[in-house]
Design a protein around this ligand. Sequence first.
Ligand SMILES: Cc1cc2nc3c(=O)[nH]c(=O)nc-3n(C[C@H](O)[C@H](O)[C@H](O)COP(=O)(O)OP(=O)(O)OC[C@H]3O[C@@H](n4cnc5c(N)ncnc54)[C@H](O)[C@@H]3O)c2cc1C
Length: 500
Amino acid sequence: MNKKSIIIIGGGLTGLSAGCYGLMNGYRTSIFELHSIAGGVCTAWKRKGYTIDGAVNWVMGTRPGTEFYRFWEELGAAPGWKIHNHDLYLVNESRDGKPFFVYCDADRFEEYLLEVSAEDEGVIKELTGAIRKASTLSMPVDKPQENYSMLDKVKMIKMITQVGFFKKWGNTSIGDFAARFKNSFLREMLSESFGPENPMIMALFVLGFQHSKSAGYIIGGALSLVGSIEKRYLDLGGEINYNSRVVKILVENDRAVGIRLADGSEHRADWVISAADGRTTIFDMLDGVYLDEKVKRKYNNPNLFEPLVYVGLGVACQLEDLPASIGGLSYPLSKPIVIAGEEKKSINVRSYCFDPTMAEQGKNTLVVQFTTNYDYWHKLKQEPEQYRAEKTAIVQAVIAGLEERFPGITGQVEMTDLATPITWERYTGNWRGSYEGWMFDSDFSPLSSMRKTLPGLKNFYMAGQWVNPGGGIPTAVMSGNHTIQMICREDHKSFTSSKP
Ligand SMILES: Cc1cc2nc3c(=O)[nH]c(=O)nc-3n(C[C@H](O)[C@H](O)[C@H](O)COP(=O)(O)OP(=O)(O)OC[C@H]3O[C@@H](n4cnc5c(N)ncnc54)[C@H](O)[C@@H]3O)c2cc1C
């Protein structure tokens, strides 16, 4: 019997996941990817013997028994991976050089905070108690909300017990909470470390995942993670076409029937999934024909992850006084670094010394990143020489900034690399270089994703970070899985999954 077929636009983690689950459910799948490699933004690049990882800091579901772990098992990532759980979440130094440590273990963090300020015992225990509580909360990830039965909806009522927690901490800003500390150092450092404007719930979840060791780092980083999932896809019999930019989604009688590539070739299938950038999909590939007011509003007033200037450095030393952590070491600079016309008064540097695959023994890959203005870089790119000169100037300023804290490091630098929002846009097609799509806002909470279909268009789904606000690696693979569940339902067959 001829198998039904699915075309998947984009070979990022979402596309690979949709491909794997499509194959597990008896569909023929073809992925079309514009780049020459899989992974999308979940990638790394090698320069002069150093690997610069551009995505994996922490990944939810690395602990067996957690909700996302099942996806990693089924996609072939978990069986061979080696997980590193950090002791430190981040270190933030004050202007007079005093370090503030955020530990991943809530008990250790509590002990440390009490050592710094016993008089704040009440508020400290409230904080670490909330981190422990956050570490126990579960998220429904096994099926898309679109496929919920009445029973599933009833089960969701269970979540109501968590509503109070979400409400309390979602409505408290980090700045407001930090202001309750009597100790001025803790007050300032807590606020600065997590961003005074951000809601407490964000920090609590991140620290909760760390406390329960359910979101570790995968040794080998993005290349190792993507490589294992790409292998699973190919082992299942999937087809992947690289250097294949999709320019149009073919539509007949309001039904998606295939795609056209930049080289003019056309490919047809029973369903089309776009796991690529949302704006390109809706407005270029489909000419903005299939829209509703909510989608129009989002794209007219985008609230996106701010793009990055991402500096990779290879140094011929270990930098013993730069401790390994998820969020790196931040410290104030005596001379601000100017990026896209904006003064950056502090610097954050991350070391990959805990991953032996990132550099030779005795050497170290460092990453320094800043958020930046997309429009500035977009304009500058029209002047290639100025664009290059600006990149060089930033690298020099970053090295000077590191020299302030790590005297002698300048002479140890063997490799430098800098990616801008334009780099992300060029290699992955992500709109305005937004590497993680939409920020959460009042329209989109972590539990309410955008619609995976477009009004009036049949046999078509969107998946990935442009329909799952907040983005992220586990969300991408979940989104691929959910989209295939929706196709199975439409096709009147029960969804199945398997482990390699
Ligand atoms: C610096 C950085 C740090 C991060 N840190 C973390 C972290 O610690 N933990 C975490 O969970 N997440 C992290 N993320 C986010 C995470 O990597 C992404 O959210 C996730 O990988 C997105 O996957 P995706 O498949 O949905 O999208 P993408 O990776 O963008 O995949 C889309 C794919 O579509 C392709 N494509 C686009 N247009 C076309 C076209 N016209 N034709 C064909 N193909 C096309 C692209 O080339 C790409 O391969 C980080 C990301 C970055 C950049």
